[in-house]
Design a protein around this ligand. Structure first.
Ligand code: SF4
Length: 230
């Protein structure tokens, strides 16, 4: 498949319907061309603000729209994040990712605290990653200046199918944030979820464009994610 040209519907459906082990084999083959296959980066993921999210992503236990039994937790203190980061670095992690269940970043004391968290984690020598929801160009720049290495922001599903999965934002909103992240010089960490009922829709939909989000945006390095106990 040529990533610089629109993929046909048939190409996408054929790729999607490959047996999973064939896809794993093909992905591993491409991975070996670009990376040492025996090297794995260990990354620790810490939820810095949990639950109560105003978005209605239908796959997510942190959405306030669904009764999932998840206990809501406000933004962690800087000290709590420092302690978690030091534990992670001592245990061998070289990347530390902080996730907040926010729709978007809002300027103010909480974002200022997150910037302090980024500076604190960066001081340990680990790569710092965040996932905070949508952000604007200025916020992306401030995160970069604080020492942010990567920003996770997933595209969830296809553009035409998007309203079936999330209706509180649009696919275009996601692309806009990814553009701000890429232009700020932050590594883009972006994925999606397959298997949410999209295949019948995909067969009916117009040709799909597989595109690079932003020139210069780098693919995330392979990471082994370990959930930090809080
Ligand atoms: S924006 Fe993130 S935290 Fe909020 S509901 Fe969607 S996936 Fe969950």
């Amino acid at each position: 498949m040529n990533l610089n040209a629109p993929a046909t519907r048939e190409e996408i459906v054929a790729l999607y319907q490959n047996p999973i082990l064939d896809l794993v084999y093909r992905a591993a083959t491409v991975h070996r061309v670009h990376h040492d296959p025996r090297q794995v980066q260990v990354c620790t993921l810490l939820s810095i603000k949990t639950g109560g999210c105003p978005e209605n992503c239908s796959y997510c236990s942190q959405s306030a729209h669904f009764d999932t039994g998840l206990e809501r937790q406000d933004l962690l203190s800087l000290d709590a994040v420092r302690e978690a980061a030091e534990r992670a670095a001592a245990a061998g992690s070289t990347r530390f990712c902080m996730g907040a269940a926010w729709r978007q970043v809002r300027d103010g004391v909480e974002f200022d605290r997150v910037l302090d968290m980024v500076r604190t984690v960066a001081a340990t020598g680990m790569e710092v990653c965040c996932t905070l929801g949508m952000l604007n160009a200025d916020q992306a720049q401030r995160l970069r200046e604080a020492g942010l290495h990567a920003y996770n922001h997933n595209l969830d599903t296809g553009e035409d199918y998007y309203p079936e999965i999330v209706s509180t934002r649009t696919y275009r909103d996601r692309l806009e944030t990814l553009g701000h992240v890429g232009r700020a010089g932050i590594s883009v960490c972006c994925g999606g979820i397959l298997g949410m009922g999209e295949i019948p829709h995909l067969k009916r939909s117009p040709p799909v464009r597989v595109q690079r989000v932003e020139q210069g945006a780098r693919a995330p390095r392979q990471a082994a994610m370990r959930k930090e106990e809080q």
